[in-house]
Design a protein around this ligand. Sequence first.
Ligand code: ATP
Ligand code: MG
Length: 441
Amino acid sequence: MAEKLVAVKGMNDIFPPAVPRKEKLPDSVLWQWFESVVRSVLGRYGYQNVLMPIVEPTALFVRGLGEVTDIVEKEMYSFTDSMNGDRLTLRPEATAGIVRAVIEHNALYNGPLRVWTMGPMFRHERPQKGRYRQFHQLDVEALGFAGPDVDAEMILMARALWRELGLVEGTHVRLELNSLGQPRERIAHRDALVAYFEGHAAQLDEDSARRLRTNPLRILDSKNPAMQALVEGAPKLIDFLGEASRAHFDAVCGALDAVGLAYRVNPRLVRGMDYYNLTVFEWVTDQLGSQGTVCGGGRYDGLIEQLGGKPAPAVGFGLGIERLLLLIQELGLPVPNAAPNAYAVVPAGTALGPVIATLETLRAAGVRVLLHASGSDGPGSMKSQFKKADASGASFALVFGPDELAQGMVTVKALRDGSGAQQARPLADAVEWAGSLQSQA
Ligand code: ATP
Ligand code: MG
């Protein structure tokens, strides 16, 4: 046998639930359900879909995310295009690409924009549960709005997703909130931070010691448990906010209070990219170990200008689809049934013409029908076909027996309600009885 090829480490194949997997990963039924909920919920808030390239110039992320970030320092899949020598990167996140596209197409010319996109992102991290090298995000952005109202809208839109998916906020996912203020306020805080960490230089780990010189705010983002006590005692940015920043933050909190959404103000919440200002937030869970953030975002009023566009405010979030679906799977939340309505049992030797014609009519009427397709030695025994019909989860078997077919009929047999009830139905009127196949779970 030829040598087997396998997927790149940290990059996963997604199958329907019937395919047994080595690793616990969300299946494609869950995935599709999530996508349909996203389309529906985001549509209700007036957000529209955009699709951007997966490959961008490396400079976009270096300039957009900041040079001293985990992503740019060590997680990017960057390469040289062998055709022309261009430096390219597989996108590690979606915001920079959307901003690049918005600038390139002058997309804010006619006013602000509410958009979302969904797709793979790439980061060279150590693969583990909830952390992969190719993972998927739902990314939502509102560009051109300066006020706190749209920040609240973003957060509530995520809550609407949780609710629609059966997740309970406060129990399964919790909201954490912070304000990063404006650059001016961050400088004042930064000076205080540097003084604090310089006073405790001996306790800094290698990464943090380096960051003290390059980007001290990032020290607060440290995942090293040994650093936590030191980080805990550091000066808080929220104490350095001016009046306008404070008012913005209070307005966001006020909007959330008004709809009874509980949150925790977490002064340590800094997020992984440099472009954020004012509101930042994360939706976190305790159920996924250390990969507990399912959704994170905030305001990035300076990014559009930083990437060469006309200055415009913006806010957005990224949601980790694998983490969210793992959470739903782990909680055992009910997922809509994706089983077929009916399974067509076709004895050996049956003329295919009327069978296929009937199934096509039923499908055109919206019925989900699975055909028992035959192997090289035919369709197999009736017993084995009924076994497959059962395993498919279908509510009904359509039995195309020779006697029924001779009379232009098919037998519809109930598989799930315990009755085993059978009814002969005329092939010619399939449109009439199609609906009855969908009525039962
Ligand atoms: P973390 O702190 O867990 O590394 P992050 O702050 O780097 O997350 P963001 O860049 O804010 O993550 O991305 C938004 C969301 O995308 C995260 O909250 C998470 O749900 C998901 N995510 C990020 N990196 C990965 C990854 N390597 N594998 C799977 N999901 C990821
Ligand atoms: Mg990360």
